[in-house]
Design a protein around this ligand. Structure first.
Ligand code: 8YV
Length: 332
């Protein structure tokens, strides 16, 4: 009987859903992280020295230092996540390491969370809910002028980054009566613009100055780091809201906190932060900020689908095929 093909050593940096781990054990020589303790940089280096496939997440910094100490057997980084800003892609490419991600399967969940924040911030959802649980608040009942927020219907939503998630946000926004505007590196085909009833702005500056709500839905790349810089944030109307479910690094967080404090921006819904898990304390202190702990794709269905994508990418690679979700620097 011919020998069974050797299973690749796959090192997974965080605990994944049970069903994903079980399948990985069946298919690969999988080294799992059952107690979910995040790996230090030194532990990542050790993993890269022996793994044939590394499965990191957003919390692992796979930087030049890690990659330059990787052993020659490391041929694939199958990221558990869509964003790949945790990986030094140039160094990976120079060392002949393929990088894959998990696009598509968290689009709808992330768009739902974006829409939830678009609703929550102007309508003061968290403020109201928190208040009822505070025994000191002693709610005396309904009042015509109490807890008033602002209407969503008819307002202008400016989406920055009209990829899969941006378009899924636009579909939801249309159903809520928002006017959809967008800025993107490339203009969408006319048919898609018509379907979404979306207006394109070549100039991000001009769009920012005219929107009631801004939603950040672009990836974090060297080109989008602090895309919403101090100068650009100041272009927003003082009555405008900002929502970010993409990456904290796209917004200058300290400047956002300052502008929120001075009342130059009306409110913010933030699921991601520049230096996670640290958050600028001024943001957390503001009642006009709804802050979430990076939950955009946090559904069990989403995480299982992500795991399935990771497995398909590894399996294809191990069988000598091109994995379906290869990341190319040029496409970011
Ligand atoms: C994931 C995300 O939870 O996929 C992404 O880019 O931001 C998140 O939804 C995380 O990245 C997992 O690594």
């Amino acid at each position: 009987m011919p020998n069974a093909p050797k299973k690749p050593l796959v090192i997974v940096t965080r605990k994944l859903p049970e069903i994903v781990e079980t399948r990985m054990r069946e298919l690969f020589n999988a080294r799992l992280n059952l107690d979910d303790t995040p790996l230090s940089q030194a532990a990542l280096v050790e993993a890269a020295k022996v793994a044939e496939v590394l499965v990191p997440t957003v919390t692992d910094r796979i930087d030049r230092a890690v990659l330059s100490q990787a052993g020659p057997q490391l041929k694939l980084i199958a990221n558990f996540g869509t964003g790949v800003d945790n990986i030094d892609l140039d160094t990976a490419r120079n060392r002949g390491i393929t990088v894959t991600n998990t696009p598509g399967v968290l689009t709808e969940d992330t768009a739902d969370m974006t829409m939830a924040l678009i609703l929550a911030v102007p309508r003061r959802l968290v403020e109201g809910a928190t208040l009822l649980r505070d025994p000191r608040a002693n709610w005396g009942g309904w009042s015509p002028t109490w807890m008033l927020g602002h209407r969503i219907f008819g307002k202008r939503l400016g989406i920055i980054g009209m990829g899969r998630i941006g378009q899924a946000v636009a579909r939801r926004a249309v159903a809520f009566g928002l006017q959809v505007h967008y800025h993107n590196r490339r203009r969408l085909p006319e048919a898609v613009e018509q379907e979404l009833d979306a207006t394109y702005w070549d100039s991000l500056d001009q769009m920012l100055a005219r929107m009631d709500i801004i939603s950040v839905n672009c990836p974090h790349t060297p080109a989008t780091y602090h895309l919403l810089s101090a100068r650009r944030l100041k272009l927003m109307k003082p009555t405008a809201y900002i929502v970010n479910t993409a990456r904290g690094e796209v917004i200058d967080e300290n400047e956002l906190a300052r502008l929120m404090e001075s009342g130059a921006i009306a409110g913010a819904g933030l699921d991601v932060f520049e230096n996670e898990p640290a958050i600028n304390p001024k943001l957390l202190a503001s009642p006009r900020v709804v802050a979430l702990p990076h939950m955009g794709s946090a559904t069990i269905e989403g995480r299982v689908d992500m795991g399935e994508k990771v497995i398909i990418n590894i399996k294809a690679f191990a069988d000598g095929h091109a994995p379906p979700d290869r990341v190319h620097v040029a496409m970011l």
